[in-house]
Write a protein that binds this ligand. Structure first.
Ligand SMILES: NC(=O)c1ccc[n+]([C@@H]2O[C@H](COP(=O)([O-])OP(=O)(O)OC[C@H]3O[C@@H](n4cnc5c(N)ncnc54)[C@H](OP(=O)(O)O)[C@@H]3O)[C@@H](O)[C@H]2O)c1
Length: 311
């Protein structure tokens, strides 16, 4: 019998891609406060997990063997402006969730490159976190709630881009729109990250779920790029003019949250454990662009949907 999987944040960018792919092999139930938007029907419980009674009923109804916790306040500036909301979302909700699932449940917590100080490239799982933002601090506290509650966990730090429901424009979508409409965009030459296309991420996370490894793991893009280089590469890969891509510096900006300058992650442990390579950024962007008009269910490679092992 397929394992029962509960995906929180199931209508978000990552959650929806996870539900669409994992539902081929697992008995997946999603939960979100927004309706399901994929092309294939999926079981989705609609409500706010911060409401204790809804959380209790959700866990009782699903009794998951695996919890993939994606629900979050994933906007760095919104967290900075409202630390109490960030705490409620990343710390309290995580704590309540992980303490209410069955003891044997595998807990997968989605975390961020923002847990690091951002002063050196390619952070590994061995580097000590030192977050500089409310978002990074609260997500790190969420990691600690998971580790305190159960050793049967995966804490996956990442940074991804992709096509969402369109309800909120994600950074990748915003950049693509600007290139398409030739609106000038200023992108930082001194802000580095390792972005991964969300479909590439989900296919690799699915492999990790079959692996016995437990603990913290980084799963991000292979290449470390500045935001500006990423914009130029998207323009080049998509055949857009790069004229509108202007270069700027983080030092010239006033942002609600002080951004770390180097958010790049090393995914070497993931590659070594799973033997699964990570595509270079040009291949990731080519896949992102090719998927633009594909329905959610058609974005995954047939080879990536082999049967999983046990949870
Ligand atoms: N995007 C990235 O590059 C990135 C990088 C590193 C880590 N992550 C992590 O990856 C995870 C998924 O990110 P994402 O970009 O897919 O986020 P997203 O698109 O904002 O999806 C999150 C979904 O969860 C919902 N949600 C939040 N709190 C909820 C609650 N209490 N009850 C029910 N639903 C709730 C959100 O609704 P509302 O929109 O109404 O809140 C949204 O639909 C997050 O944990 C994030 O911290 C993301």
């Amino acid at each position: 019998m397929a394992a029962r999987v509960l995906v929180t944040g199931a209508s978000g960018l990552l959650g929806a891609h996870l539900v669409a792919m994992l539902s081929r092999h697992y008995d997946v139930v999603g939960v979100d406060r927004h309706p399901w938007w994929g092309d294939e029907p999926q079981e989705l419980l609609l409500g706010d997990l911060e409401a204790p009674e809804f959380l209790r009923k959700t866990i009782a109804a699903v009794s998951p063997q695996m919890l993939i916790h994606c629900a979050a306040l994933a906007n760095v500036d919104a967290c900075e402006q409202d630390p109490a909301r960030a705490h409620a979302s990343h710390v309290l909700l995580t704590k309540h969730l992980v303490r209410s699932v069955p003891a044997s449940c595998l807990v997968v917590y989605l975390s961020t490159d923002g847990v690091f100080q951002g002063e050196a490239p390619f952070m590994t799982e061995e580097h000590a976190p030192y977050p500089r933002t409310v978002y990074g601090r609260s997500k790190l506290q969420g990691e600690r709630e998971v580790a305190l509650a159960t050793s049967n966990h995966l804490i996956v730090r990442t940074n991804f881009y992709g096509w969402s429901s369109g309800r909120k424009k994600t950074a990748g979508e915003w950049l693509h729109r600007a290139l398409e409409t030739k609106q000038p965009v200023t992108l930082f030459t001194d802000f580095f990250f390792t972005p991964i296309y969300v479909v590439d991420f989900v296919e690799r996370l699915a492999r990790l779920l079959e692996h016995p490894y437990r603990g913290v793991i980084h799963l991000a893009g292979r290449d470390r790029l500045s935001k500006h280089a990423f914009g130029l590469l998207m323009a080049e890969t998509g055949g857009f003019s790069a004229e509108a891509v202007r270069s700027g510096s983080l030092d010239e900006m006033t942002l609600a949250a002080p951004r770390p300058k180097d958010m790049s992650l090393s995914s070497a442990r993931f590659v070594q454990l799973t033997g699964m390579d990570i595509p270079d950024s040009r291949s990731g962007l080519a896949r992102f662009l090719a998927d633009r008009h594909r329905p959610l269910s058609a974005r995954f490679a047939a080879s990536a949907t082999h049967s999983p092992g046990s949870v």
